[in-house]
Design a protein around this ligand. Sequence first.
Ligand SMILES: [Zn+2]
Ligand SMILES: [Zn+2]
Ligand SMILES: [Zn+2]
Length: 297
Amino acid sequence: MAVGSMEVTFLGTSAANAYPEAFCRCANCTRARELGGPSLRKRSALLVNDDLLIDLGPDAQTAAQMHGRPLTTVRYCLQTHAHSDHLDASHLLSRSPGWGVVGASRLHFYASWGTLRAAAHVLERDLAPAGLLAPETGEFLNMELHPVEALQTFAAGPYQVTAFAANHDPMVEPLLYAVQRGEHSFFYGTDTAALPEEFWQALHRHGFGFDLAIWDHTYGPEEEERDHLSAHEVMAYAARMREEGLLAERGRVLATHIAHEGNPAHPELDAFAAQHGYEVAYDGMIVCLNEVGGRGG
Ligand SMILES: [Zn+2]
Ligand SMILES: [Zn+2]
Ligand SMILES: [Zn+2]
């Protein structure tokens, strides 16, 4: 792989309750069950090359195995927030030689304080008495916690990362991330509702021209933006990024975090998106940022 290139694998592309939802017989969930394939979505997570994970979600390990990208080589995790569809903190218990885990590389885990506190609360009983945030627990789990704040830029191994504040549950201080390696970069924009002008100005201050922008698409074309973005905002954001030079010339916009509310099964949703300047990600989709412009495999 060329220096600076990045291969992005979508491990999951659904909103909170997966798609189809376990007990739902709505038209969208029913059609997704009939079609299978890209219409079946696991909870959102993204793997970059084989060493950077965005969101250690409830389906991350299952998805990684299904799509032939085991997480054993992951050394960096950027956690957007602590909601249960993005963080299953019990996966962190699979790291300790003390519990028989063999060969795990040291994990650098980046998250806001709000998210770290929420994760610590979930693991209170498993990691008693010290708890997740104690230095001795870090050693026990063979990991380092790195608290990060909005607008902070930091190095995660070979990646340069900038965090942005999401418009989402303030209790867990949710973050969105821009990830850069060499001349390539992408933006991961879920979970969030509509973003304020300050966010856009911050992107400009950093001079980003992303190869790839990935957006929250919780609600479909028939739905309004509420606590998350809908198709209408993704369309508008795709157009704005192109107009303002925030996307590279051949840059792509992809939708993820897709709920059954107003989002049809994959073929119909992807056809809609193609008419409106973006594409719809699916589980197992791979995008190579050194050859952005072609369709991902
Ligand atoms: Zn979510
Ligand atoms: Zn449904
Ligand atoms: Zn959330």
